[in-house]
Design a protein around this ligand. Structure first.
Ligand code: AVJ
Length: 322
């Protein structure tokens, strides 16, 4: 583990939390797990492959907006920024901002999977040798503390791309944004990447691609529970499904039981009926008016937005208001 990396929770802690969350999930009606459990090393690598899929437009669309408007965004953020990125994954987007930032104080990537995060910081360290990089291995949905960079930062900015905000229900999203408001503090800001509403003919293939990579990403959750928790999911008895829930404005990913079956975990037995589903992820798709009010409800003012020519994806610059 690199000297400057912080791990806020021990692997044993993480495993115990995963176990309790799975037991709660499998006891639920409907059964529902958190999408954060997709991202072990296998899942993180599958997600990297999803980002390259022809059907999965969010990553490349956001990347194009960052390439076209990165300099403007950096001007809006100003000099000596401490840039915090929750759910940084492979940190492949942040260089498009960092390269335009004046004297950034530090970059703080946050990821649950320390190994995957650190394994992908090499190119960034090479590209920005002056920049202090302070990785934090933590679950940003749980209370966390931030490291103090050598250089005194003029302001804190949270960079939250990729529409990860979409994983959260509206109430959870408000709660998370209020946490990020406290994290950035007075004079701080967030730079959000958010996927926008569009026809379901575009959305559903993006979450159910022809090559089956998203299906493997979804099923890996069960393989991970078998690997790490000693569960006995029969992977072949479950199938991947992506549905567009128009009323809730979200894509839902499900793992559907193909037959009546029982799964055992930590001495407990969980029964599945045919066609019974585990909800494994929500991916909410936003509209501009909804984002405008979400900013106001969570202690921010929407200052700037940048969109692609199709209006499929949006980068939002929100400034903290007291
Ligand atoms: C990383 C949460 C933004 O919801 O689009 C990709 C994850 N799930 N394919 C998304 C995901 C299925 C992705 N986020």
């Amino acid at each position: 583990m690199p000297a400057n990396a912080q791990r806020l929770n021990s692997p044993a802690d993480e495993r115990e939390v995963f176990l309790q969350d799975m037991l709660t999930a499998l006891s639920g009606r409907p059964k529902q797990t958190s999408p954060k459990y997709f991202y072990d090393e296998v899942g993180s690598r599958l997600f990297d492959r999803i980002c390259e899929l022809p059907e999965y437009y969010p990553t490349r669309t956001e990347r194009r907006i960052l390439e076209q408007h990165g300099a403007e965004m950096a001007r809006a953020l100003g000099p000596r920024v401490m840039l915090v990125e929750p759910g940084s994954g492979s940190s492949t987007k942040v260089p498009l901002i960092l390269k335009h930032l004046r004297e950034p104080a530090a970059y703080v990537p946050m990821e649950i999977c320390l190994e995957h995060m650190v394994a992908n910081l090499g190119p960034l360290e090479a590209a920005f040798p002056q920049l202090e990089i302070l990785p934090v291995a933590a679950d940003f949905t749980r209370p966390f503390s931030l490291p103090t960079p050598r250089l005194r930062a003029r302001r804190r900015v949270v960079f939250f791309p990729g529409s990860t905000l979409g994983n959260f229900t509206p109430d959870e999203a408000r709660q998370l944004l209020r946490t990020l408001r406290r994290v950035v503090g007075h004079g701080g800001a967030v730079l959000l990447g958010v996927d926008l509403q569009k026809p379901s003919e575009v959305l559903i293939p993006a979450y159910d691609d022809a090559q089956g990579v998203t299906a493997a990403f979804n099923l890996n959750l069960l393989e991970r529970a078998n690997r790490e928790l000693g569960a006995d999911f029969n992977i072949g008895n479950f199938s991947h499904r992506a549905v567009w829930n128009a009323d809730a404005g979200r894509i839902e990913m499900h793992l559907v039981s193909r037959c009546p079956q029982a799964v055992h975990l930590a001495g407990e037995t969980f029964h599945f009926a045919t066609d019974e589903a585990i909800i494994t992820e929500y991916s909410h798709k936003y509209t501009q008016p909804a984002l405008q009010s979400l900013a106001a409800e969570t202690g921010f003012a929407l200052h700037r937005t940048w969109e692609d020519e199709k209006g499929w994806f949006s980068l939002q610059y929100w400034v903290a208001v007291d």
